[in-house]
Design a protein around this ligand. Structure first.
Ligand code: ADP
Ligand code: MG
Ligand code: MG
Length: 916
């Protein structure tokens, strides 16, 4: 919530082994600011952080509420903090003799990599540059820093920060970049670092001229003006297009605001004894407990993230296909590497989690510029969690909390079929930045990715490198492939956060934008729209669409250990929805503790359904009870076999079998051939059959003759199914096996329906017991609660039910009056305009439909305290819905087999939340 603050401390200092803030103050200082304070000031750390201060997120909100102005005390506090920094650094901001330079960085509560702005080298002008040259002894370096400041400032502050829309779409940054390229070209240089002093001087003059001409304002010479301009631009970038887009995807509230961090600059680009890098305390791609990172000699931090030069590995472990011949930091600067290694160990021990750190070495002195909890993919998250628990760095509960339920999806996602990989040539190799397999059609721009995906095309976005502007397209793609950039580049970072298949640094490929194609080193051409397939675990690119297969979870030791921990933690059961023995087996493999929904009608769809479907149709169009009974009799053996197969797989675990649910006319054939066949079989004319079919037509089948209503009008349908269930169970018991069916009556509205059907169940039960000479067949009798009335009448419904299973698809549909099959027409508008915050078919509408579920559960248990309650709608696999089910005391959730591990983890999280 954006609330007006009464506190008057807006500026939090850090540096010199001391800090006003600490790690717990992320809401106020943002993640970056809080961690800079922690690193600088915590007694267990006290790492060498260049001094600086953080302006709070409250000022961001003030800024937006007061027409982009600040409270007046802010300036006083900033000035005081600056002079503290000057004392510590021995330099003075704006001093022509020995100038202190500043960086101004954004930093929200949660990291939004690259989504907001940073301005570096603030404080250089034509006067202070003299002091910079004197103290660095390096004129080239000073001029290079100046031209970087001008470029960044013009782009971030003067253009974007002032809301100027570039004419013809060409921004100032691009114009200045072209001037830089032109000078490089005319001087015959390959890299920026080869520019001479004279060339840089000329460039700076040209830059200033272009800025004045294009933006109508001169680049400001006054360091204070540069500083305040940058602060304002960083605050403004909170509402920049890409930050807003990213927040939408990541569900970050607009009111959080960003903090601004002002810090003394240190330089990784002061020569060959300087460098800058990014590192992780463990491998963020695999989770392995090894220090992992990349660095660039003689460079500023932005060069690593932007992926312009291929970064070198910090140690042998971090080498990859592209960097294997580059010198490691460990061998280049052994002493400093050891120091960094010590710091990273301390950081991980202190934070008790994997840290992502930025460091810079300036002329042989190491500085820490940032640390934060590192993003990791699902595979790595699971491994780190379980290993840290085994190392006793964290306890079991913390380990369980470390993995988000949806991250498990990545461990369950398919990979490219290894057999297909064997026979297909690898077109190109890059760095494995996001694991798993993916295939899609090639597009070269983020916009195309969005447009194609919108049309339902699976796409793979191929870019030289990605920038924050590409986020939307990256999100919509199956996978991302970049030519440049390392394992710490923007694309890798973002893909890792999402758990998306991603390959970076694939130098074997070049993109020809004008002809919309890519060419591989061996000359293969792939056009826009062609299929490619990626193995993100290895970094291999294939042409065409390779098949995907499921991965073998049994081999993943970390996963299996982790899920044991999950099972120990959770208290609610998790079942699978399955109607074939294969699905049931899959569910078991994923840890299902039963089947929460077995739909009998499944046998009438798909392969092998010809004969049973024919018999069902015969039954449907029967006119007399005799006709119907004879059809049902023939159908019986199919139903029984189907049920028995699944009971066998589940070996005594509960299997909830729902009696026939859909409206009958859904099964009636419409093509003439099938109708003719049916009429022959029934011995009636085609005309008569057509009339019977016509009479089945309903205006509103979802609300029509379906569910228990069928069993009321045609008790013989119920009878046949119940008999199949009891006989299958009895036969298993005779064979010395266990079986536990739960008979579930669908679409009920009143207890009388349950009583009516129970008479049939009881009679058939007796008959089967006698016929099979068996004393007792274990089973439960219950109902699906999927109409609002059934929930409201729960107290009565429970009189005739051993269990309730909430059918939340129908319940949502009938509570909202939204047809699930027709929401496409209006739901997007509802979500866009925030009339609804969430699609209620994906996550339970907790204070609407959820109230019915709570009421149904509580009142049902008033009648029958031990009433078993579960849920079998699609929501059973949605983490937030699972937590809701736990909170209201359900016995289990049931979801599709592939969501079972996710539901188990969500249930464990819910159990841990209880403890607070
Ligand atoms: P992001 O949030 O995108 O990581 P940062 O605020 O970390 O952006 O800054 C961008 C780059 O500027 C980083 O590479 C960082 O290392 C560099 N940088 C920031 N502050 C300083 C500083 N005080 N001295 C040197 N480099 C800095
Ligand atoms: Mg950073
Ligand atoms: Mg239903």
């Amino acid at each position: 919530m954006a609330k007006q603050t009464k506190s008057t401390k807006y500026v939090y200092f850090f540096g010199g082994n001391q800090a006003d803030g600490n790690e717990s103050m992320k809401n106020l200082l943002g993640g970056k600011g809080a961690n800079l304070a922690e690193m600088a000031g915590h007694p267990a750390l006290r790492l060498p952080v260049p001094p600086g201060f953080t302006i709070t997120t409250e000022i961001c909100n003030y800024f937006y509420q007061h027409k982009k102005t600040y409270p007046k005390e802010l300036q006083i506090q900033v000035t005081a903090a600056l002079s503290k920094m000057e004392k510590l650094s021995g330099k003075v901001f704006g001093d022509p003799d020995n100038p202190m330079l500043l960086s101004v960085r954004s930093g929200a509560r949660r990291s939004m990599p690259g989504m907001m702005e940073t301005v570096l080298n603030i404080g250089i002008n034509d006067k202070t540059i003299k002091g910079l040259i004197k103290h660095s002894g390096n004129e080239r370096f000073a001029l290079d820093a100046y031209r970087r400041l001008i470029m960044m400032y013009a782009d971030v502050v003067m253009e974007k920060g002032s809301g100027i829309e570039p004419k013809g779409g060409k921004g100032i940054r691009k114009m200045l970049d072209e001037q830089l390229e032109a000078i490089k070209h005319s001087g015959g240089h390959k890299s920026d670092t080869e520019l001479t002093v004279a060339e840089l001087q000329q460039l700076i003059k040209e830059f200033k001229r272009t800025i004045l001409k294009t933006l109508g304002k001169a680049f400001p010479d006054d360091p204070m003006q540069q500083l305040w301009g940058s602060i304002g631009a960083v605050f403004s970038s909170w509402n920049g297009k890409r930050a807003v887009e990213y927040r939408k995807i990541e569900k970050i509230p607009d009111e959080w605001g960003t903090a601004v961090n002002i810090q003394a600059m240190v330089f990784g680009n002061m020569g060959l004894d300087s460098c800058t890098g990014v590192a992780f305390t463990r491998n963020p791609g695999s989770g392995e407990n090894k220090f992992y990172g990349e660095y660039l000699v003689n460079a500023q931090g932005e060069d690593v993230v932007a992926g312009i030069r291929t970064p070198a590995p910090i140690n042998a472990y971090s080498k990859n296909a592209q960097s294997q011949n580059l010198e490691t930091l460990e061998t280049l600067m052994p002493g400093l590497y050891q120091k960094l290694h010590g710091y990273q160990k301390r950081l991980e021990k202190h934070y008790k989690d994997m840290q992502d750190i930025e460091f810079t070495i300036e002329k042989g002195k190491l500085y820490m510029l940032q640390c934060r909890v590192g993003k990791r993919n699902g595979v790595a998250a699971v491994r780190m969690a379980i290993e840290m628990q085994q190392e006793r760095l964290i306890d079991g509960k913390t380990a369980v909390k470390r993995v988000a339920p949806n991250q498990l999806v990545e461990l369950l996602l398919p990979m490219l079929d290894p057999k297909a990989e064997l026979i297909n040539p690898v077109l190109a190799k890059g760095l494995p930045a996001g694991p798993g397999g993916a295939k899609g059609r090639v597009v070269f721009t983020s916009q195309d990715a969005v447009d194609w995906a919108h049309k339902g095309e699976p796409v793979i976005l191929v870019r030289e490198e990605t920038s924050p502007e590409d986020v939307d397209g990256m999100h919509k793609s199956q996978a991302i492939l970049t030519i440049k950039g390392g394992m710490t580049s923007h694309a890798a970072l973002v893909a890792r956060g999402w758990g998306k298949c991603c390959i970076v640094g694939c130098g074997d490929i070049e993109i020809h934008h004008e002809s919309k194609l890519l060419k591989t080193k061996n000359g293969t051409v792939i056009n826009e729209g062609d299929w490619i397939s990626l193995n993100g675990t290895k970094g291999f690119v294939y042409g065409g669409s390779l098949p995907l297969v499921d991965i073998d979870l049994d081999k993943n030791i970390s996963y299996n250990q982790f899920m044991k921990l999950v099972n120990k933690t959770k208290t609610m059961g998790v079942r699978a929805n399955a109607e074939t023995p294969q699905d049931a087996a899959q569910g078991l493999k994923f840890g299902a503790e039963g089947i929460g929904l077995f739909r009998t009608e499944h046998m009438f769809y798909g392969s092998g359904s010809e004969q049973p479907l024919f018999l069902l149709r015969k039954m449907i169009v029967s006119k007399t009870t005799e006709e119907r009974k004879s059809a049902l009799k023939a159908l019986f053996k199919y139903v029984k076999k189907d049920i028995k197969n699944t009971l066998q797989v589940m070996e005594g675990l509960p299997v909830t079998i729902r009696l026939l649910d859909p409206p009958l006319h859904e099964f009636v054939p419409h093509n003439a051939e099938k109708l003719k066949e049916l009429s022959r079989e029934l011995g009636i004319s085609l005309g008569v059959l057509r009339r019977r079919v016509l009479s089945l037509h309903e205006n509103n089948p979802m609300l029509g003759h379906r569910g228990v209503r069928l069993g009321i009008s045609y008790p013989e349908i119920t009878e046949m199914q119940v008999r199949a269930i009891f006989e299958a169970t009895a036969e298993m018991i005779h064979a010395g096996k266990k079986a536990f069916p739960e008979i579930m009556i669908p679409v009920t509205v009143a207890v009388q329906e349950l009583i009516h059907q129970k008479v049939i169940v009881d009679r058939v039960y007796k008959e089967v017991c006698e016929a099979k000479k068996i004393k007792k067949i274990p089973y439960l009798y219950g109902t699906m609660i999927e109409t609002p009335r059934a929930a409201i009448k729960a107290k009565r419904m429970a009189l005739a039910a051993d269990f309730f299973s909430f059918g939340t698809n129908d319940l949502t549909q009938m509570s909202f009056g939204f047809s699930r099959d027709d929401i496409g027409g209006f739901l997007p508008a509802y979500l866009d305009q925030k009339i609804l915050n969430e699609d209620p078919f994906q996550t339970i509408d907790q204070d609407g439909v959820g109230k019915l579920i709570r009421l149904g559960t509580e009142e049902g248990r008033e009648t029958k305290p031990r009433l078993k309650v579960g849920i079998c709608g699609e929501h059973g696999g949605d983490p937030e819905s699972v937590k809701f089910c736990h909170r209201i005391g359900m016995n289990y959730v049931s979801c599709s087999p592939f969501r079972v591990p996710i539901a188990r983890l969500a249930a464990a999280h819910a159990a841990l939340e209880d403890e607070h």
